[in-house]
Design a protein around this ligand. Structure first.
Ligand code: ADP
Length: 258
């Protein structure tokens, strides 16, 4: 840690300089410890799938299985862990580009409704497989917004994917309307919900309310932090409200295009 606390009790410029130095030291230490934690998280997240892959590859190589079914089960685990690792690496790559401001957004005037419908089409199968009801209430003639169509769709598929992932029964509803020179979107589910104390943290990298459940469902813990970054890069805002056992609602707003 950077240990350069200075103590200048005066109220003049030197005093403010002292305060500025202390703030800077505090900020630097926070940054360092975040970075350390970030890398510790990455190595942990990568190590887990690798150890599964290694373990089951070994079992298969040694012929340590009794039935054909068991053999396929082990191969399935290797496959799904490989997929998770690919997803994790792609997510990390996206995040690092975004945080360095190196992501190229192809901004144009887009019809949010159209993009949302394309995202809905992509996740529809997951809804059907889980027997969830799906409701939409999309206003007609919603104004266009300034956005990158592909990145906008990524936001929606991510949020809808989460809604399905964390909902056992009931419905997922999507609402789009415009007001106050903005286009608003609600994505609401009747799922497990998020405890109040976790709500402010869900947009942080690697934060998961229940690690094991997220992992079982193929999550990386990076989805929402990517979503938040992408929303803000497109001049939008995102917020979440939730009640445990009742469901979760994400609200997004984007300024109407000039
Ligand atoms: P993950 O890959 O774990 O889903 P995310 O960044 O997408 O990571 O989400 C972070 C955490 O927020 C999840 O692990 C989950 O605990 C919680 N979460 C996200 N979306 C929902 C939702 N619709 N309902 C309940 N919990 C959610």
């Amino acid at each position: 840690n950077l240990d350069i606390r200075v103590n200048i009790p005066s109220e003049d410029e030197i005093g403010s300089l002292g305060k500025a130095i202390n703030d800077l030291a505090l900020e630097t230490n926070r940054y360092r410890s975040n970075r350390r934690e970030f890398f510790a998280n990455i190595s942990h997240e990568l190590r887990t799938p690798i150890s599964y892959m290694k373990g089951y590859a070994h079992v298969l190589k040694q012929g340590l299985y009794r039935t054909e079914e068991e053999r396929l089960q082990y191969l399935n685990i290797i496959e799904s862990e490989t997929e998770r690792m690919v997803r994790l690496i792609n997510d990390l790559f996206d995040l690092s580009k975004m945080e360095e401001g190196k992501i190229d957004l192809q901004m144009s005037t887009v019809d949010l409704t159209e993009v949302l419908e394309s995202a809905l089409f992509k996740v529809k199968m997951e809804f059907d497989n889980k027997g969830l009801t799906f409701k939409t209430q999309i206003d007609e003639n919603v104004p266009y917004i300034e956005a990158d169509g592909i990145r906008l769709e990524q936001i929606f598929t991510n949020l809808l994917g989460n809604a399905v992932r964390y909902t056992e029964n009931g419905s997922v509803s999507v609402k789009v309307w415009s007001a106050d020179n903005k286009v608003h979107v609600n994505i609401e589910d009747t799922g497990i919900g998020i405890p109040e104390k976790d709500l402010p943290l869900v947009f942080e990298r690697f934060y998961r309310v229940e690690k094991s459940r997220s992992r079982e469902l193929g999550g990386t813990g990076l989805g929402l932090s990517i979503v938040k970054n992408l929303v803000e890069l497109q001049n939008g805002t995102i917020s979440v409200s939730s009640q445990v056992g009742k469901g979760t609602r994400f609200r997004l707003s984007f300024p109407v295009a000039e």
